[in-house]
Design a protein around this ligand. Structure first.
Ligand code: 5GP
Length: 191
């Protein structure tokens, strides 16, 4: 894998702030590119096909799955999500790094296939803060929020398997810390 950019994985429970952190990183770092995942989940709000996700139906997703197009995939909250190998290959050129914003199952699957992948887990300061953020986001029903919180408890136990853990006290601080990790990884002599 030498001669290519780094593969970075950013995970956090839903509502943990990973999407916002990633948006800020991308705005400030021209060498970083986000891999767009495919999903069968319905679009939310202003989401656009090809921007937040590739929104596919289940038949299309499964066809790509059978064809081996995914580096990893998972069923999250009842919907399929997957990282396309083609997305990574296209974006990870020269010294350009690619970041995957995916769940913990996905992060661990990526690490198994590519031990050089850098796994960063963003943790909410407390479980109560996470519940509050999910409610305030207002995008999900109460039932879905309960499901996401149940899932979050398990995800937080998996943080130990990640290379780095950042506690999301404030957005600015979390972004600075993730940037510091990326900088250190770029300066690393050996991978
Ligand atoms: P949401 O529906 O809120 O956008 O995402 C739900 C969860 O699926 C989040 O934890 C998100 O990071 C995760 N996710 C998004 N894309 C992928 C992917 O390609 N693979 C995996 N394993 N998880 C993903």
């Amino acid at each position: 894998m030498r001669g290519t950019g780094r593969l970075l994985v950013l995970s956090a429970p839903s509502g943990g702030g990973k999407t916002t952190i990633c948006e800020q990183l991308l705005r400030r770092d021209r060498k970083l590119s986000r891999s767009i995942s495919a999903t069968t989940r319905p679009r939310r709000g202003r989401e656009q096909h090809g921007r937040e996700y590739y929104f596919w139906n289940e038949a299309t997703f499964k066809r790509h799955l059978r064809a081996g197009c995914f580096l990893e995939w998972a069923k999250v909250h009842g919907h399929y999500y997957g990282t396309l190998r083609s997305e990574i290959a296209r974006r990870r050129r020269g010294d350009r790094d690619v970041i995957l914003v995916i769940d913990v199952q996905g992060g661990l699957a990526v690490k198994k296939q590519d031990p050089e992948a850098v796994l960063i887990f963003v943790k909410p300061p407390t479980y109560r803060v996470l519940a509050e953020r999910l409610r305030r986001r207002g995008t999900d029903s109460r039932k879905i929020i309960r499901q996401r919180l149940r899932n979050a408890r398990w995800e937080m136990t998996q943080a130990d398997a990640y290379d780095y853990v950042v506690v999301n006290h404030t957005l600015a601080r979390a972004v600075r810390q993730v940037e510091a990790i990326i900088t250190a990884e770029r300066l690393r002599r050996k991978r």
